[in-house]
Design a protein around this ligand. Sequence first.
Ligand code: F6R
Length: 607
Amino acid sequence: MCGIFGCLLKGGSAAPLIHVALKRLEYRGYDSVGAATVYEGRLYVKKDQGNVDAVHAKLHLDNLPGRLGIGHTRWATHGAPLQKNAHPQLDCDNRIAVVHNGVLENFSGLRQELEERGHVFRSKTDTEVIPHLIEESMKAGLGFADAVREAVKRLEGSYAIAAICTQEPDKIVCARKESPLVVGIGDSSIYCASDIPAFLPLTKRAIAMRDGEFAILSDAGAEIKKIADWSPVEREPETITWDLEMAEKLGYPYFMIKEIHEQPESLRNTLRLQDTYLDLMATFLDRAREVFLVACGTSYHACLAASHMFSKLAFRSTQPIIASEFVQRAGDSISVDSTVLAVSQSGETADTLSAVMHASNRAATILGLTNVIGSTLTRVSRTYTCQQSGPEIGVAATKTFTAQVSVLAQIAIKLGEKRGKLFHEEAKTLRKKLQQIPEIVERIIATQEEKIKGLAKKYRDKRCFFFLGRGISTATASEGMLKLMEIAYVPAITYPAGESKHGPISLIEEGFPVVFVCPNDSTRKATIGNIMEMKARGAVVLAIIEEGDEEIKNLADDYVEVPKGVPEVLTPIPYVVPLQLFAYHMAIERGCNPDMPRNLAKSVTVL
Ligand code: F6R
């Protein structure tokens, strides 16, 4: 998730507006910043690593000539957060500048093709193929807008782009597919941006662009067309009634709920990971003598789910260990034969890094999965994969959990194939099912949230909860428990459902709430047995079930349904979503601020 901005004024200087707009977009990413303007037939570019204030202090972003320009604040996915990888990216002749938010799946093939035709690349970004593609078409005689259209037609993946060029210095051309883009219409100005807050103080009139649309911004206004057939799109601007704070949350009251709703999009991005990264990870895991999965909190729950996936899909036994326990539990045995896969959204969690350093000092192989390229974890890992979720602002991890599980599932499938434990057809089916998960999550949010709100009203005064599941659903239940505790301040306990009868069941009395995670998988029958045990002792059961599971519907007091057709190993992704929503609405019911849970920090950098 990056922030893009474009600005065309009838008079005056665009650069100061680009600078403040980037500041307002910084919540979308902040590891490098850049801006470009066109003035008297020349492109002026300033860009560097660092956040907006740091880059401005060094380069004076306000000081670029021209009434038209584009800007970018980056959340690295391809290429480290270095100056050369900052946007705008340029063509060979420094005539075309492009900013991009999204992930291109086919950039390596395009890059190779362009390099063979003599284009010189200066960055490691996927974006850089775009200005070179535009350059090719313009050299072949096309006008700027047509050349951009030809370029985007070749792109696979997601993009929102804005481009400018010296040959046609009076327009900004932009296009979108699966990444947000809005056009702002001022009295004597026109803007494009990833998000409304970028231009909200300048104009309240906005046109939301849709997938497959293209816009040419000029003094005449915004001309919108469909990329596919170049047909014109007529859409009147809407008047935005949000204030700046609401706009940053896209109208949601809290970042947490915005991020829960963002999951279909962030999950789609995780499915655009380059195969080479997955393959490299799988190769290391295949060769390892022993594998530890090390993490804290929510990331640890992703590791719990992954241990089931690796075992079921690749017959690879792994040990998930809470990072702060790693040295005590496994420290002395770590050697050159050990492999540690550390999972950390921030890549900066002190407990995780301390475990990693211990393992590294004993010559173990360190692999990383993180959301932050350039974080400490990426620097100390032999190889790492970026989960591509974009920044998460709510303290409670939501979209980053489902993204971690999705990436780990992709690695497990790869590993299963490598080890000959998954047939090609099985792997293909699982990948197809993974592709369907974003839509399933969309449906859960659309159809179940109102019901979950009602459940939060019903359960708001309960003083303690059990979260139970079996097999891979123990990971889902654990994550549901953590969410409820940390943002709604309700004590909650999680156990593998089968273990609950070995002690914890003595807590059950009339009305004690028990949440069961019960997909229609190999554990379902046994879990139904546990539901009956709990019901017999007076528990109130809230079950997360597969759509249409009449048997559990009849047993449970309440249920939330997840669409059919999710393979067992992928269930944690959709089944955790009702639990995230439940925790969020419980927090609201109980008057807690879910974005700022007490005593917590987004990144815990102390031991
Ligand atoms: C819970 C939560 C924390 C983090 C944990 C690890 O919602 O966010 O439990 O998961 O502090 O953080 P990372 O993944 O950044 O290492």
